[in-house]
Ligand binder design. Structure first.
Ligand code: HEC
Ligand code: HEC
Ligand code: HEC
Ligand code: HEC
Length: 151
């Protein structure tokens, strides 16, 4: 759940990750599956359920390859779309301050730090996406970048 991360990751000093995410397309990725366009795509693909219920669509619009699809509906609020934990791994075991402060401990407890960013993005931004046109890494990263400011 995004709020659980946003609690700490929203101040100016931390880098306003919550606001940046909210303003990004990722926060609306589930919403996008409810559009007529989405349902038309789903129909054309022969899916039997609306796009917003189809695992074939949810796998990139909500859960993603870093998070197991079985978390949907349990720990994952689908409405949050592509959320913090989609990319950083389920946080139940690392989100305590004591652990978070120590990167090594956090990683041991499931935090995913993606060093190969471009490769990570193209795990979803690829031709398997029915609306895919192209992915320009530098430009796209600039749009969602949410670094912790240098101290
Ligand atoms: C109790 C407060 C708290 C919560 C809740 C929290 N974090 Fe953190 N997080 C921190 C602090 C403090 C740091 C270290 C910041 C620093 O190095 O200045 C951090 C660091 C991080 C980093 C950077 C690791 C690195 O050094 O590269 C990531 C990524 C991260 N958090 C993601 C998350 C996600 C995702 C969630 C929700 C599942 C979450 N955090 C919940 C306090 C929190
Ligand atoms: C491989 C990952 C992936 C899968 C699977 C996927 N999507 Fe997407 N979807 C994306 C990405 C990434 C975008 C953003 C731009 C792009 O690459 O198309 C997107 C964007 C969209 C958009 C918004 C396009 C616009 O008008 O701006 C719609 C609608 C959509 N997807 C519908 C679907 C439907 C319906 C399914 C299931 C049949 C689906 N997607 C499956 C990754 C995926
Ligand atoms: C689309 C995937 C994606 C989403 C969604 C996402 N992040 Fe990240 N995040 C990344 C990547 C990639 C990096 C850079 C490499 C890394 O540290 O993992 C990063 C870096 C960070 C950092 C460390 C920045 C630094 O300077 O070291 C923090 C903190 C963080 N994210 C927190 C969050 C929080 C909180 C949310 C939700 C509000 C969130 N992220 C949503 C992919 C994502
Ligand atoms: C779990 C799958 C997933 C991952 C991983 C992912 N994205 Fe996305 N991304 C999406 C989906 C789905 C959309 C479409 C949301 C919508 O249009 O509502 C999207 C949309 C975007 C958009 C806005 C539309 C556009 O194409 O300009 C940007 C920018 C973006 N992503 C950047 C990134 C970057 C940079 C990374 C890697 C750090 C990344 N994404 C990783 C699924 C993902």
């Amino acid at each position: 759940m995004v709020e659980a991360c946003g609690m700490c990751h929203k101040s100016e000093k931390q880098g306003k990750q919550l606001d940046i995410w909210k303003a990004s397309a990722h926060s609306k990725a589930f919403e996008a599956l409810k559009s007529d366009k989405a349902n038309t795509i789903a129909k054309e693909k022969g899916l039997k359920v609306p796009a917003a219920e189809a695992p074939e669509c949810l796998k990139c619009h909500v859960s993603g390859h870093n998070a197991d699809a079985s978390l949907i509906g349990k720990k994952f609020k689908v409405e949050d779309g592509v959320q913090c934990e989609t990319c950083h791994g389920a946080g139940a075991d690392y989100k305590d301050m004591k652990i978070m402060k120590n990167k090594e401990e956090a990683v041991k407890n499931g935090l995913i730090v993606n060093t190969e960013k471009e490769k990570f993005c193209t795990g979803c931004h690829n031709t398997e996406s029915p609306t895919f046109t192209e992915f320009k890494y530098e430009e796209q990263w600039a749009k969602i970048k949410h670094s912790i400011p240098a101290k």
